[in-house]
Design a protein around this ligand. Structure first.
Ligand code: I6G
Length: 679
């Protein structure tokens, strides 16, 4: 679709005016600065190609910053200029070259480099050393009188120090340090008040408060870097001397200004500040280089409201606009479903971003992100790119309807996009998960690792690396496939000798003799840990009985609530899972029936807490723990007043001493066995 230049220019003018109003009057910009700059650049290019399209009221014809009628007007005696921007090293080199050409000099030039604060430009007049007037830049010619508010900024002195000139106008930037900004927004959020989108807007909004008492409560700060009017004192010879003088007068000046030489010196300062940017206590959006010599500055002069002797070297924009092409759900190793926004690729923060995570479905709903939306994407430093917000004004609407969007709210899928198993979301939890376990390709590796782990089927030698290769080469899809593996197949894997392959086959074979609690735990059903597996086994006795049970019946098991019951029922509702169980049986995996315990009974050691310390001779620590928990006891890692018994084996540690200290009964291995027999 081609748009006629005249129509496009009119559209851009209208948009820019709207954005100016939101930015300068409401202090509520709806698009990132970089996007504003892009719109302005497009309008400038159009007007350059078609000069007849330039209108007197075009935003390109004035410096932005409409003064608000609410404040008195101040006409700047010396206009407040703006700075040209350099967005690349080439731009900077061209700036330096132009100066060489105009001054007809050779060799490296001396510059002063300064951080470019993201704040609000101000001019402060001191007469006989007393603060008389403070004004915003406004449109560069006329600003707003913000004297009362600037008086509340602590770092701006009401009186200058030392030998003061009869009249001096210092120029600089008012800004809000990050800590203060965050504190202020946190407080506003608590009170349900408006929060500011960034420190720049917070500073602007605070300075333009009609009630200076409100300004006074805002954590504003200022740095000065330039001169407007000066009477009764000689002008400093250069920028470095000017900064020293401002400091001497008691005005705050950035501690990070530096004399540099040539383009190379400028660039090394730029890189250093870019690296330090995240750790500075205030926001900067670039650095400024100024030719040191005032005599040379005067020879160079100005071009269209910007000095030829200074330039702002901007950091890459950290925010940009793009369009959401799609929203997909990624399934992680643990089955967690993560919504991902697929974006129209966009260059932001120095890289091209085409995907951003939306974390969870609540976040999607909170931000109300939909397919087709125009969104603000942010990438600050090395931080992972994030989707900041949706530009609701740009949401595509149905043809002929102003209020009905084309898109619908994104919903959590009912089934896993990878394996089609049910997706469950535990109430109160942000994360939704696929219940597929090892039947889900995305989760297979993690599920197999769990199946083989020590407290599950305990297959020695089936470590992470082996599982990874088995899954990758598709030798194993479900745990039942493990029992068909041959030593030859295993010997073909990386870092697996013949001996280890044979050992692994033997270990897999040994694991066939297992118990129902271990098997239930090994299946990796969400919310089913060892204790729950044991409780389920003791309640139902057989796997068949459990598989037939409904959610309500499962809830009869001690300590099993609706959340666990829903997960167990969903797991066994999957044909894939029941097929895996059948296949395990067929391959010879056996789990004998468990003596059923009526609810609450059979737990002879219920309510007692044990702590194990030192090595036991006839059983491993895990076996001891299993035996104890099977009888309803709890096993803890540390001794406290609540400990019922400490079981001490060989070489007990400090836990034994602690038990003695607290007077807790200590059992040796024989004592433990006796207790277990009795229970
Ligand atoms: O907007 C500005 C920010 C910082 C400036 C500036 C500056 O020096 C550190 N310097 C000048 C000369 C101007 N604007 C016009």
């Amino acid at each position: 679709m081609t748009v006629r230049p005249a129509a496009r220019a009119a559209e851009l003018r209208e948009q820019l005016k709207q954005h100016d109003y939101r930015y300068y009057v409401l202090d509520e910009p709806s698009i990132p600065d970089a996007e504003y700059d892009r719109l302005m650049a497009e309008l400038r290019a159009l007007e350059a190609a078609h000069p007849d399209l330039v209108t007197p009221d075009s935003p390109t014809q004035r410096v932005s910053g409409t003064p608000s009628a609410a404040f008195g007007e101040v006409v700047h005696q010396v206009p407040m200029l703006s700075l040209d921007n350099a967005f690349s090293e080439e731009d900077l080199a061209a700036f330096d070259r132009r100066i060489h050409e105009r001054l007809e000099v050779q060799g490296d030039l001396d510059y002063v480099a300064e951080p470019k604060l993201d704040g609000l430009a101000i001019a402060v007049i001191y007469r006989a050393g007393r603060l008389e007037q403070a004004a915003t830049r406004g449109d560069g010619v006329t600003g707003e009188d913000v004297t009362a508010n600037v008086r509340t900024v602590r770092s701006v002195p009401h009186r200058l120090r030392g030998r003061v000139p009869p009249l001096i106008e210092a120029r600089g930037e008012v800004f809000m340090p990050l800590k203060g900004f965050e504190r202020m927004n946190a407080r506003a959020r608590e009170r349900g008040e408006k929060v500011f989108v960034n420190p720049r807007n917070a500073a602007a909004g605070s300075l333009r408060q009609l009630d200076p008492r409100v300004s006074a409560a805002r954590p504003l700060d200022a740095f000065f870097y330039g001169l407007g009017v000066l009477d009764g004192a000689p002008l400093p010879k250069g920028q470095a001397e000017l900064l020293d003088w401002l400091r001497a007068l008691g005005l705050p000046v950035s501690p990070d200004t530096r004399a540099v030489r040539g383009v190379a010196g400028c660039l090394s300062y730029y890189r250093e500040m870019a690296a330090r940017r995240r750790s500075l206590p205030y926001q900067i959006d670039g650095v400024v280089y100024k030719l040191e010599s005032r005599a040379d500055q005067e020879r160079l002069g100005f071009v269209s409201r910007a000095p030829r002797w200074a330039i702002a070297h901007k950091f890459p924009a950290e925010e940009a606009l793009t369009v959401v092409r799609d929203i997909e759900f990624n399934v992680g190793r643990t089955g967690a479903l993560t919504p991902i926004a697929r974006l129209e690729p966009v260059f932001v923060g120095g890289v091209t971003v085409s995907n951003v995570t939306l974390h969870n479905i609540d976040e999607v709903h909170r931000k109300d992100v939909r397919v087709g939306d125009t969104v603000v994407v942010r990438r600050a430093g090395d931080v992972i790119p994030e989707l900041v917000s949706v530009i609701l004004d740009k949401r595509p609407m149905k043809a002929g309807r102003r209020t009905e969007p084309q898109s619908r709210q994104v919903e959590l899928p009912a089934r896993c996009p990878v394996c089609d198993s049910l997706v469950l979301r535990v109430e109160g939890e942000a994360v939704a998960r696929c219940t597929g376990g090892f039947t889900c390709r995305a989760q297979r590796q993690e599920a197999l690792r769990h199946f083989a782990s020590r407290r599950a089927l305990d297959i020695e030698g089936l470590g992470d690396k082996v599982v990874e290769q088995l899954v990758e080469h598709e030798l194993v899809r479900s745990p039942a496939d493990l029992y068909s593996l041959t030593a030859e197949q295993l010997a073909g894997l990386e870092r697996m000798g013949e001996k280890s392959a044979a050992n692994l086959v033997a270990a897999i074979d040994r694991s066939k003799d297992t118990t129902l609690p271990r098997l239930l735990y090994a299946l990796g059903i969400r919310e089913v840990g060892e204790a729950t597996a044991l409780a389920l086994a003791r309640h139902f006795g057989t796997l068949e009985a459990l598989m037939k049970a409904g959610e309500e019946e499962i809830q009869q098991v001690e300590d099993v609530g609706p959340v666990v019951a829903a997960q167990v029922a969903a797991f066994f509702a999957s044909v894939d899972h029941t097929n895996v169980i059948k296949a395990l049986r067929k391959k010879g995996v056996k789990w004998p029936e468990v003596a059923r315990a009526p609810a609450g009974a059979g737990a002879a050691l219920a309510g007692r807490t044990f702590v194990l310390t030192g090595a036991l001779g006839s059983m491993t620590r895990e076996e001891a723990e299993e035996a104890l928990t099977a009888r309803g006891a709890k096993v803890s890692g540390s001794v406290s007043k609540k400990t019922s018994y400490v079981v001490a084996g060989a070489d007990p540690g400090s836990k034994l001493a602690r038990a003695r200290e607290l007077g807790i009964p200590v059992l040796d291995e024989e004592g433990l066995r006796a207790l277990l027999r009795g229970g």
